[in-house]
Design a protein around this ligand. Structure first.
Ligand code: FMN
Length: 186
């Protein structure tokens, strides 16, 4: 069965290492018949969550703030799988991705019990550090998030050893890992 995939790209660098991971993941996923909608968050006008808890009244535009999140909500609603793609910024995901993800809270507000829509999820992350220790805080964050949301992890690519944009091009194994993960989504 073909899956609907939404990619939230938290990297500000259009030719960066996260972008290369996404490109390979997409090639793999398209090969296995998935349909993909990608949001390059850096190019979008998305404001931080106000924590007002006053959303959830209009399912097609659930947040009280009206900005480019209204382009994401309909695709998110339909998605089977969400790809969180980000550079590591201070042992976390980028601000661009965190800001957008926080705003998805408004979707849960549509449910009287704050239940989140159930999704599968993938994490693609580029970073300078290349040790298990370096990725541990992000791993903990990602798995805790999924546990809270009730989502299923379908795979993680930790692409360490990449500082400058394009460094990843000399690491075919990391690119292959992203491709294979994409191809495994069916
Ligand atoms: C603000 C900032 C914070 C960063 N923090 C970390 C970090 O905590 N650990 C790490 O390994 N790399 C860190 N890096 C390096 C990036 O993760 C790395 O350059 C990555 O390849 C960038 O991905 P991109 O090319 O998709 O932008 C940081 C870079 C920036 C600009």
């Amino acid at each position: 069965m073909s899956k609907k995939i939404v990619i939230l790209n938290g990297s500000p660098r259009p030719n960066g290492n996260t972008a290369a991971l996404i490109e390979q993941f997409v090639k793999g996923a398209e090969q296995s018949g998935s349909t993909i909608t990608q949001f390059d968050l850096q190019k979008m006008n998305i404001h931080g969550c106000l924590g007002c808890c006053k959303g959830g009244k209009d399912p097609s535009s659930p947040c009280v703030q009206k900005d480019d999140m209204d382009k994401i909500y309909p695709a998110y609603k339909e998605a089977d799988l969400v790809v969180l793609a980000s550079p590591m910024y201070y042992w976390g995901i980028s601000g661009q991705l965190k800001t957008a993800f926080d705003r998805l809270f408004a979707v849960a507000e549509c449910d009287p019990h704050y239940a989140n829509p159930v999704k599968d999820c993938v994490l693609l992350m580029a970073a300078e550090g290349d040790t298990e220790e370096n990725f541990e805080p992000v791993r903990h964050f990602y798995l805790s998030l999924l546990h809270h949301l009730g989502w299923k992890d379908c795979g993680i690519v930790y692409a360490g050893g990449n500082m400058a944009a394009g460094d990843i091009q000399s690491k075919p194994k990391q690119l292959e890992q992203a491709f294979s993960l994409g191809a495994s989504i069916r």
